[in-house]
Design a protein around this ligand. Structure first.
Ligand code: MTE
Ligand code: MO
Length: 331
């Protein structure tokens, strides 16, 4: 994202700040084996288990396994980004604007007890304890690309279930057309909240059909473990076809509303960040192209870049949500 450098303007954090990292685990074979169905079952012997063992959860946090999701498009075969990068190169402005700030400062955030308040246009509003949310639906593992507006991307095995499961339980009323996420903003625990980069709390929003889409994930874990704080513990959303900032972390409130909600980045710079924020190589950010991206962990000597795909590659699954809409206007 960009940060406000002074009262007059913004400074963009350069992607060149990314440091090269080592070689990463590759569960491709294992995932392909599973995806192959009957063949996958046959592969449940030693080779598959061996591949899985090499990429087992990092083991630092409590386990949170999920069965591989059957939702269409929920698993990419691309090579996973290493856990070390995913948990140390973060945007979480509540802990600071540098990529390593969240990993350095988020450990102090208390994630238990934790509740998520459901309010607005629903028949079953209330405060839901994180323990109850964890039990609400079976956990799935989904391997999604996450593409930041800063033109880098990662491939992460998330653990959670479709946000639609929660939405259905709380029974939205007919007038609920949008959903707003409000995240924790606690000065005591989050040093970044003292700065004015964002009008805290960080909020995000989705149209109801986007929120109900099976790919929209309510995530509690990654790599078979509960989320590390810097990645949005204890609960966040992951909306894989939108720029990363739509995936709100450490959610404390979900509001069902009639009007399109304001969002944190739209408030900070309306000409740069719209409500939809669908990944779109053809729509430039006003100050840089969005046509290519760098996969974190693959930035080596030759600074490989890959082409960014419309809807981050999830067009088949989500394209129809935007039929008839001008995506240049509705960015
Ligand atoms: N509460 C909160 N959520 C947030 C952010 C933030 O600053 N605060 N940053 C967003 C941005 S810009 C990105 S790219 C993703 C990064 O998620 P990750 O650190 O798990 O990769 O989180 C998003 N969610
Ligand atoms: Mo981002």
């Amino acid at each position: 994202m960009l940060i406000r450098s002074d009262r007059r303007g913004f400074t963009h954090r350069l992607t060149s700040e990314i440091t090269p990292r080592g070689v990463y685990e590759n569960r491709r074979q294992w995932l392909q084996g599973l995806a192959a169905g009957a063949a996958g079952a046959a592969m449940a012997g030693w080779p598959a288990r061996d591949a899985q063992a090499q990429t087992a959860r990092p083991g630092k946090l409590p386990p949170l396994p999920g069965s591989l999701s059957k939702v269409a498009g929920a698993v990419t075969m691309e090579k996973l980004t290493g856990y070390a990068d995913v948990s140390s190169y973060n945007n979480f402005y509540e802990f600071g604007t540098d990529k390593d700030d969240p990993a350095r400062h988020a450990a102090q955030m208390k994630t238990s007890p934790w509740t998520v308040e459901i309010e607005g246009l629903v028949n079953k509003p209330g405060r839901y304890a994180i323990e109850d949310l964890l039990k609400l639906s079976p956990m799935e593992e989904r391997v999604y690309r996450l593409r930041c507006v800063e033109a880098w991307s990662m491939v992460i095995p998330w653990v959670g279930y479709s946000l639609s499961e929660l939405i259905r339980r709380v029974e939205p009323q007919g007038s609920a057309r949008y959903i707003e996420f409000v995240t924790l903003a606690d000065r005591e625990q989050m040093p970044g909240v003292r700065s004015r980069v964002i009008d805290w709390p960080y909020t995000e929003g989705l149209r109801m059909d986007e929120a109900m889409h099976p790919l929209t994930l309510l995530a509690f874990g990654m790599y078979g473990e509960v989320l590390p704080n810097q990645n949005g513990a204890p609960v966040r959303v992951v909306v894989p076809w939108k720029y990363g900032f739509k995936s709100a972390k450490s959610i404390v409130k979900i509001r069902f509303v009639e009007q399109e909600p304001r969002t944190a980045w739209n408030k900070a710079a309306a000409n740069e960040y719209g409500f939809y924020s669908n990944v779109n190589p053809d729509v430039r950010h006003p100050r840089w192209s969005q046509a290519t991206e760098r996969r974190i962990g693959e930035d080596g000597l030759f600074d490989k870049k890959r082409k960014t795909l419309l809807f981050n590659g999830y067009e088949v699954q989500v394209g129809q949500l935007y039929a008839g809409m001008d995506l240049r206007k509705n960015y």
